[in-house]
Design a protein around this ligand. Structure first.
Ligand SMILES: Cc1ncc(COP(=O)(O)O)c(C=O)c1O
Length: 361
């Protein structure tokens, strides 16, 4: 079966490490000798406790989290976090700073607006179609937090370093680059990531939250929309997304034990990015859409000379077993998502195909 698998460049849900999928397959009918599938066991069982606790511990080790942080699993995707963050952190007159770097940042800002919270958009790259990450931003020193999107899945840009916010905690949507590189966690009050790009299936969002941020919420919030409900119950106030958490546990195990941690993961991601951007930058046929200093190591967005050629490129690539190369429907063009689980071999196969397509056209 595995020989029929394609090189998968989907933006999310996206490729997962093959050994993880194989482990799920082999243990699916009889999880840990229980005689039941992971999707059939109680979330209130010692078997599931071991899964969720291991996922939390591995997250802490991989990111070097100290006990200031909680690791939570929440449903509703990253999109619910766009609303939960302002709901929890902007009680009363508190205000947040937002940096607008594209579609997902815009959606996050919009939720604060719907909730009638105070906020400022302190920088934006909309003037150049979100093709770069703004620099030299003036942040408000009394903001409750600064919201950024660390990697812009659609526009193919990524914060290479994080901005100096005068000690105001950063709240970052890391949906599309979570666990792709080490982080200096002193900078962050919260990070969140829909799992379906780098760490698991859809249906679960990981939230890493600093404990002092929990105290900003008021009691008026519904239980399921309050972070402290999750932190006080080990993410099991209600039935959690068990299968998603289990898959995340296995991906984190792969990251720790097979890859060897986030520094090694980053080195792999840099090698893949160098190969693909190196090729595109040397070509007169393909061109990247992101500014050189803002290019994402996760989503490589590029154009061909015409839209007809782009259609033909995507069609022929698909026929050759290179899937998911169509750009987001809102921007067109092409996009190769090369998340953690995408191998160097996959990127080599893509570059080979791009070379041949260029020669033929
Ligand atoms: C950076 C980013 N944030 C948020 C989202 C929305 O995530 P979800 O579908 O989990 O709500 C996406 C989805 O592609 C994304 O790429």
């Amino acid at each position: 079966m595995t020989d029929k698998r394609i090189f998968n460049f989907n933006a999310g849900p996206a490729a997962l490490p093959l050994p993880v999928l194989q482990e799920i397959q082999s243990s699916f009918l009889n999880f840990d000798g229980s005689g039941m599938s992971i999707v059939e066991i109680s979330h209130r069982s010692p078997l599931f406790d071991a899964v969720i606790n291991d996922a939390v511990e591995r997250t802490k080790r991989l990111l070097g989290l100290d006990d200031r942080f909680h690791v939570l699993f929440v449903q509703g995707g990253a999109s619910l976090q766009f609303a939960m963050a302002p709901m929890n952190f902007l009680a009363g007159n508190r205000s947040a700073d937002f940096v607008n770097t594209g579609t997902w940042s815009t959606k996050a800002i919009n939720e604060a607006k719907i909730l009638k919270k105070n906020y400022s958009v302190v920088a934006s790259s909309e003037d150049k179609n979100f093709s770069y990450i703004p620099k030299e931003i003036k942040f408000n020193k009394d903001a409750a937090y600064v919201h950024i999107t660390s990697n812009n899945t659609i526009k193919g840009t990524q914060w290479q370093t994080f901005p100096d916010t005068n000690n105001v905690p950063i709240v970052a949507d890391m949906s599309s680059d979570f666990m792709s590189r080490p982080l200096d966690m002193d900078r962050f009050g919260m990070i969140y990531a829909g799992a379906q790009k780098n760490i698991g299936p859809s249906g679960v969002c990981m939230v890493i939250i600093r404990k002092d941020m929990l105290d900003l919420a008021t009691d008026e919030l519904p239980s399921m929309l309050r972070y402290s409900t999750y932190s006080s119950k080990n993410s099991m106030y209600n039935t959690p997304p068990c299968f998603g958490i289990y898959t995340i546990q296995l991906v984190l195990k792969w990251l720790e034990e097979t890859v060897g941690g986030l520094e090694k993961m980053e080195a792999r991601n840099i090698a893949k990015g160098k190969l693909l951007y190196g090729f595109i930058n040397n070509s007169d046929f393909y061109r990247t859409t992101a500014a050189a200093d803002s290019q994402s190591l996760m989503n490589v967005t590029f154009r061909l000379p015409t839209e007809d050629l782009e259609r033909s490129f995507i069609e022929k690539a698909t026929a050759k077993g290179l899937g998911g190369l169509k750009g987001h429907r809102s921007v067109g063009g092409c996009r190769a998502s090369i998340y953690n689980a995408t191998t160097l071999e996959a990127v080599e196969a893509l570059v080979d195909f791009m070379q041949i397509f260029e020669k033929e056209n």
